[in-house]
Design a protein around this ligand. Structure first.
Ligand code: ADP
Ligand code: MG
Ligand code: ZN
Length: 597
């Protein structure tokens, strides 16, 4: 069987991505599969393509009702006989689909897990020629995952009712614990296990010290004017504040969090999918359901709670494989807030996990090691020392030895009994004349005024760096008093040097070497803008997300290929037989007209 031909004819792609072909072959051979592949890795095709080959029905279990319609629209646009059944359908609509199913007119059925929890539903499915089950977002089965869905546990009955039918599980979660859970709960038999690399070469990672978050966020977005992006904030209040601020600066932004009415949230997501707004400010409630391909940036306005969360959230950018940017803003205050939250946790096991997550996350943000290397190491993957596509690898870095100043500060900390906060410690070192200093007699200390040669701002920076490098900490239990940690003592007694890292951003474009070949190529931007507008209007008329008609990547390729007839239109990335016959007659005349034919 010529799988490559099916890939081109149906999906318009010339080559399989890593692992896709192996997975598809195993499924067609009747073998179970477990596949962990990153977001944008191309999991859908791994079950959609077999559904075309199988003489019967493929069932895809997918957790998000809101997303199912988009997924089915996308498949139908590629000429697949797909449908969905979930709670959003009326009884009439559902019964129409059942009769189509019994007539054999549907080959790919998306099903919500709730259906499978209904009494007798498996028996009902047994009346259909089911050839294959795909479980998408399979990490929802695991309590170790971040999106556990009790309904998913019913999927363990698949093997009871369909013992000989292949089952394939897909997830973008990389942890081994989740993998073990999924294989066990689905009772997969000798599955092909695929663990793709979790590297996302198209993502540029940057971490910045947070000072004025709203201004920093706005400046970043202004650099990405007109592109789609997400700003994550921890609290709902900050989400709203950020959205308001961005709107006041002329950016098409909206807020999204679980406290807003569902209808409003849906509307916001729809507008985002149709490129009618550019930026969504959200809590992590805006998550798994994001299928949009052309998200060009993800900003974290606050430190995320875990590397896994950070990875999944940043991973929503660049699903089309094109260059995208991730910015993380981070401050000592963020760490304290999370620490405060952890201190209030009851369950000791959870608490321990949260502490480990926080430690890992803040080390990611503060140490001077390639960000990509740190991410990949978190997933137990080997990585090069330098990736050439993160701030650490590309910024001009100046290392300043600040050991003596650090010693001055920490000696002031010790001599004042580790009982005072940042402001007072700096006052001591800079020889300020405050009431508090007089009251405690701190003007008699040896370190009093030892740092009058430098401004307060400098000392503030040194303390921030000492906190970030884990040399001192702010003790939330005693009014944020600064206290020394073991590493701080090493520095204080001259056994370890202390460096402050100063950075200056380089021009990233010049260093981008890992990118998709399409990304690097020149194209006619005027034609592109025109086609994009045309695509958006077609999508709006059909009431589907714009990527369902064509991805930005397809449009870019159209501007390179400049197809003037059907056969050249078929060469465009993402154009299969169905899209050629549906859209060729619409797009080709536009392109001809533009070129003056
Ligand atoms: P995920 O693994 O996150 O579910 P998708 O299946 O949604 O990813 O795929 C992400 C994008 O990559 C989609 O636009 C899809 O059509 C595209 N894609 C998948 N396989 C290929 C391929 N072999 N060549 C080019 N693009 C592909
Ligand atoms: Mg997917
Ligand atoms: Zn790097």
């Amino acid at each position: 069987m010529n799988l490559k031909k099916i890939l081109k004819d149906q999906f318009g792609y010339k080559k399989f991505r890593d692992n896709q072909e192996d997975i598809i072959k195993s499924i067609l051979d009747g073998q179970d599969v477990f596949a962990a592949m990153p977001t944008g890795g191309g999991k859908s095709i791994c079950y959609q393509l077999p559904s075309i080959v199988f003489d019967g029905l493929t069932i895809v279990v997918s957790p998000l009702v809101a997303l199912m319609k988009d997924q089915v629209d996308e498949a139908v646009e590629n000429g697949l006989n797909a449908a969905f059944i979930n709670s959003s359908l009326t009884a009439d609509e559902a019964s129409t689909i059942y009769s189509e199913l019994y007539r054999g007119n549907i080959k790919l059925l998306y099903l919500s897990p709730e259906r499978l929890s209904l009494d007798g539903y498996y028996e009902k499915l047994q009346g259909l020629p089911v050839k294959f089950f795909a479980v998408d977002e399979a990490h929802c089965l695991s309590e170790w995952g971040h999106d556990f869905r009790p309904d998913y546990l019913n999927l363990s009955k698949i093997k009871k009712y369909f013992p000989g039918t292949p089952v394939a599980a897909f997830t973008a979660t990389a942890t081994k614990q989740v993998q073990t859970d999924i294989i066990k709960l689905l009772k997969l038999k000798k599955p092909l296990i695929v663990r793709a690399s979790f590297n996302r070469p198209e993502l540029f990672y940057r971490v910045e010290q947070k000072n004025k978050s709203l201004e920093q966020i706005t400046a970043f977005i202004k650099d990405h004017e007109g592109q789609a992006g997400i700003v994550y904030r921890t609290s709902r209040k900050d989400v709203e504040k950020t959205a308001e601020y961005l709107v006041s600066k002329g950016i098409r932004a909206r807020a999204y969090h679980a406290g807003l009415p569902q209808a409003e949230r849906r509307k916001t997501q729809e507008k985002f999918n149709k490129d009618e707004i550019d930026v969504i400010c959200a809590t992590i409630a805006f998550g798994m359901g994001i299928n949009k391909l052309n998200i060009r940036f993800v900003i974290h306005g606050d430190l995320p709670r875990s590397m896994e969360g950070y990875y999944q959230e940043t991973g929503r950018a660049g699903r089309d494989g094109m260059e995208s940017h991730c910015l993380l803003l981070y401050s000592g205050g963020d760490m304290m807030k999370i620490q405060y939250h952890i201190d209030n946790m009851q369950n000791p096991a959870e608490k321990e996990k949260a502490v480990a997550n926080l430690r890992r996350m803040s080390s990611f943000a503060s140490v001077n090691v390639c960000r990509r290397k740190q991410i990949l190491e978190y997933f137990d993957e080997d990585a090069d020392e330098r990736c050439g596509f993160c701030d650490i690898c590309t910024d001009k870095i100046e290392k300043v030895n600040a050991s003596v100043d650090a010693q001055k500060l920490m000696s002031a900390v010790l001599r004042t009994g580790e009982r005072f906060g940042v402001v007072h410690v700096i006052d001591v070192v800079t020889g300020a004349d405050t009431e508090k200093i007089r009251k405690f007699g701190h003007n008699k200390l040896k370190t009093y005024g030892a740092g009058t040669d430098k401004p307060k701002k400098w000392w503030r920076g040194v303390i921030d760096d000492l906190i970030r490098q884990d040399a001192v900490f702010q003790d939330a239990e005693s009014y944020n008093a600064i206290k020394l940690k073991p590493k701080g003592r090493e520095i204080l007694f001259g056994r370890e040097a202390f460096f402050i890292i100063k950075k200056e951003a380089a021009n990233v474009k010049n260093t981008a070497k890992l990118l998709d070949s399409l990304d690097a190529r020149n194209y006619d931007e005027k034609l592109y803008d025109m086609l994009k507008e045309f695509r958006n209007s077609l999508a709006a008329a059909k009431n589907v997300p714009s990527y369902v008609v064509f991805s930005d990547k397809s449009l870019k390729d159209m501007c390179i290929v400049k197809p003037l007839d059907n056969s050249s239109f078929l060469r465009v990335h993402g154009v299969g037989e169905k899209k050629m016959s549906d859209y060729g007659p619409l797009f080709i005349p536009k392109i001809r007209e533009y070129l003056g034919y």
